[in-house]
Design a protein around this ligand. Sequence first.
Ligand code: SF4
Length: 345
Amino acid sequence: MNNKKDIRALSKEQLREFFVKEGDKAFRGNQVYEWLWVKSAHSFDDMTNISKETRAMLEENFVINHIKVDAMQKSSDGTIKNAVKLHDGLIVESVLIPAKNRTTACVSSQVGCSLDCKFCATARLKRMRNLNPDEIYDQVVAIDKESRLYHNRPLSNIVFMGMGEPLMNYNNVLKAIDKITSDEGLGMSPKRIVVSTSGVPKMIKKMADDGVKFKLAVSLHSAIDEVRTSIMPFNATFPLTDLREALQYWFLKTKNRITYEYVVWKGINDKQKDIDALIEFCKFAPSKVNLIEYNPIDDGEFQQASNQAIESYVSQLEKNNITVTVRRSRGKDIDAACGQLANKS
Ligand code: SF4
């Protein structure tokens, strides 16, 4: 471990100020910033248009903390899972999901998770720390490179659905997205980014107030408080009425519809009353539903519901003019599917 400051924690303005204080030109800050973010320099020695003396001075004061893809696993369906080692040795996972016309990166925002969803492998790791903006950004850069290398096209979409609850690390997630969408970063459109939350009402309102341009998905899984609390215990603190009110606020301010992520489990939420409650919940703000195939993580407390139950959801949602998609899981053979990320590799 190193006590020098991570230079990528500085904003462009802070870098410019640093150089002025050192008796250099503010412009030097722009040059270094470009090396760090556009050219992804891993060492000060790579910065060939910066004098040797300046590079040595930077070396004395700072460190460039880059992630390292420690292990990469490829699924038979083309999905790739990266085990990403951070500068302090901790590991998170990110996943590349190829489809016909797009490649999606699923990235992590925390090491472990602050929340305790019963069906999720990450929850068992507990939260160890938040990821820094550069650690989130680097996961995206790594997947973009893999997408170009193995699928002959750049990364097109990003979902914050990996390890962690992104809204519990809001400031760093926002800073990472700023870099990803900036011309001085990856220049991606915010419309191609989805932040998926388990539903923290106060933070959903804050996002709306902050005028964010990315899309919002909520892991809903049940629109009945009692059921939701049994599988997502934090729902006792943030009940559905609060969530509903925050989502209405979100739509009012952003005019962006919400995606509900929803897994149907046998014996948990596969009854008619569950479908009725979801249909009612969808009426509060314009939304669509993704029904996601479940990937068992252990001895079978949670099991995928029957096809009949899923078809029942689909037909009744459609009858009520609610857009619904059934999402098949990808990368199951390498534990890369939703809810399976737990540093097992
Ligand atoms: S589902 Fe998401 S919010 Fe819930 S424990 Fe897992 S990583 Fe955390």
